[in-house]
Every structure is written in C-alpha cells, then in structure tokens.
Design a binder for this molecule. Structure first.
Ligand code: UDP
Ligand code: MG
Length: 341
C-alpha cells in the first residue's frame, strides 16, 4: 500500500486506532469490556477507547470517570439525555482521533477478540471492514425474522446493498470517517450511509456472544424507529406508490366508463345518472392520486437536496502528496514501542 511504505513486515504498527463504544445504562459491562479491550489491544502501540454515554440513568457516568482516571487510554463523552444508539455512534466518529475507527457494543456481544482480524483486513488495504453475524440460534426468533425482513424491504425500496445480519461492529478508515462527517442530515442511518459511500469494503463473519449483563436497550419502539429511519432516509420510492395507485384507479375508471357506455346503449339495465357519477368519482379519485404523487415526488427531491450530501466522494487519487500527509511517518520512538509492546 502506498500509505505505509516499508512497513509491511511490522504488522503491529498501525498508527492510532480508536475504539468507540456507545453505552446506555451499561454500568456492569463497561469495566469488563475495558479490561478485555486492553488485553486485546496490547500489541498495538497507540490506541484509545472512547465511550459515549448516551444519557444513562444508572452509574455509567461514574464508572466511566473512574475508568478514565485509572487508564489514560479511556476517554468518554456523556450526552445530556438519551439520543439513541445512532447518535452515540456519530458522536464517536466525530470525536475519534485514530487512523482507523472501530465501533462495538458495550454489552460484549461483539467479541473484542475479533478486533485484530479487522485491523489485519484494514492493513491489507480495505477501508471499510464490516462484520456480519453468523445466524445465531441463541438470538430470539422474533429478532432474527424482523431483522431479515427489514433488510429485505430496505434492499427493495432503496438502492442499498446491506446484508442480513450486518451489525454496527465495524472498522472504518480515517478517510471514510471524514466522509461521514460531511453528512449534515440529522437523521443519519449509519449502516445505509456506510454502504452508500462505497470505498473498498470487505466483510468478516463473527459469532455473537450473549449479552454479558443487563437487558437489551433496544426496545421494540426503538427498533421500529430505526427501521423507519433507514427506509425514509435512503429512499423516496414509497412516494411513487401514490402515482401508481392513481394510474390503476384511472384505468379502472376508463374500463368502467366503457362498460357503462355499453350498458347505456345496448341494455336497459341502467338507472339514469348512475353511470356518469360512478365514472366521474373513479376518474377524479385517480387524477387526485396522480397529482398527490407528483407533488410527493417533488417533495422527495427537496428532501434529498435539503440533506446536502456530498455529490461524489473521492476514494483515492494520484496525488501521492495528499495521501502521504494523512499518514504520519513513524518516528524512531514509535518504532521502538511498536516492537517492544
Ligand atoms: N445503546 C445506546 N443508546 C440506546 C440504546 C442502546 O447507546 O438508546 C447502546 C447499548 O448500550 C449497546 C448498543 O447500543 O452498547 C447496542 O444495544 P443493545 O445491546 O441493547 O441492542 P441489541 O444487541 O439487543 O440489539
Ligand atoms: Mg446487544
């Protein structure tokens, strides 16, 4: 790789790695998680653990303060209230300093021991290393089917290609993180955005563990909200439903018109005035649906424009200068640490 000249045989030298962890009422999990992460990260010279406390109401904040005092690698951010998992992840991406940013859940369902495998893939040159959970019999039937159906629907209505079981456990290169920071929309569905931005992506399979302590913090209501956000923030296709429906109704009016005209001229079964009424009602209904649909489609365009997403994203250039400056050349001290740790 261009970015790491001469570093191929020192695979533990990676520059800084950030681990970001959203946590909502996870007081019991955090100390265990931090210790497991520190054990896994030992071979890496430089890393930070950035925990985002999403407005917890238990002792999470206190635990985080203790952890950050005890270990300089631990940093934390506390939200003023519960803003939700996606917002916590965004805050993590905004404040992480590493060349690679890995996010994982606080409940140890995302095994920290997989992190070196993600970093290896990154060193091979992948800029997005996402994980897909192997189908897990321990996971409730309800969670499995709702998640599979959701991804199926999302693939259908948007142009995103997200795999079933894609988790918010992934590594992103600094380039990708900086790109995500350009998304100004408030309701950002990260899984969609990461699939949308492109870059060199690769997947790693993992076996989810059981939640270490506490209960799932994703209520059914939060899951529904996430699903609605995923669909509406990456697709305006539902708006075309109205146009389609309008055409179907107008076609129905036309056929009906033909039928009642036939009855009027060739049979004596019609009540006077009925034919005109029925055809008019169906026709007006159809035209209304079409008009609402057209307004909807323009509204959809406004909706997309208002987000001011980047029109295109550059993944690589021939300007070696630029790519090299984002990679800090290791100093003698760095190299010493990378060998000795
Ligand atoms: N989480 C959060 N804010 C919320 C809900 C969840 O930051 O409003 C965090 C939670 O602490 C955990 C991660 O998001 O680290 C995933 O949540 P959880 O394990 O409860 O979800 P599940 O694994 O059941 O889907
Ligand atoms: Mg969990």
């Amino acid at each position: 790789m261009i970015r790491r000249p001469g570093l191929s045989n020192m695979n533990k030298y990676t520059g800084m790695i950030s681990l970001i962890i959203p946590a909502f009422n996870e007081e019991e999990n955090l100390p265990v998680l931090v210790h497991r992460l520190m054990a896994v990260m030992k071979p890496y010279a430089d890393y930070e653990i950035l925990i985002i406390d999403d407005g917890s109401t238990d002792q999470t904040r206190h635990v985080l303060r203790q952890l950050s005092l005890a270990y300089p690698v631990v940093r934390f951010i506390s939200f003023s209230r519960n803003f939700g998992h996606q917002m916590a992840l965004r805050a993590g991406y905004d404040h992480a300093q590493g060349n690679a940013v890995i996010c994982l859940d606080a409940d140890l369902q995302h095994p920290p021991e997989l992190i070196p495998a993600l970093i290896d893939k990154w060193q091979e040159g992948y800029e997005v290393v996402y994980t897909v959970r192997k189908s897990d019999p321990k996971l409730s039937w309800f969670k499995r089917t709702t998640s599979a159906q959701f991804y199926k629907l999302l693939r259908k209505v948007s142009d995103l290609d997200i795999e079933d079981g894609a988790a918010d456990f992934r590594l992103l290169d600094r380039k990708v993180v900086d790109t995500l920071k350009q998304f100004k929309e408030n309701d950002l569905f990260l899984r969609g955005a990461i699939s949308w931005v492109g870059f060199r992506q690769c997947r790693v399979l993992y076996e989810p563990a059981a939640r270490y302590a506490g209960q799932s913090k994703y209520s059914f209501q939060k899951m529904l909200k996430l699903a609605a956000m995923g669909i509406t923030s990456f697709s305006t296709r539902p708006l075309y439903l109205s146009v389609g429906l309008g055409f179907v109704m107008s076609l129905f009016a036309l056929l009906m018109g033909m039928e009642v005209t036939y009855e009027y001229f060739f049979t004596d079964a019609t009540v006077s005035g009925w034919a005109t009424l029925v055809v008019l009602i169906a026709l007006i209904g159809g035209v209304q649906f079409i008009m609402i649909g057209i307004i909807g489609v323009y509204l959809g365009k406004t909706f997309v424009e208002v987000k001011q997403r980047p029109a295109y994203i550059i993944g690589d250039t021939s300007e070696i200068e630029e790519t090299v400056t984002t990679w800090q050349t290791p100093t003698e001290t760095d190299l010493f640490y990378s060998r000795s740790m």
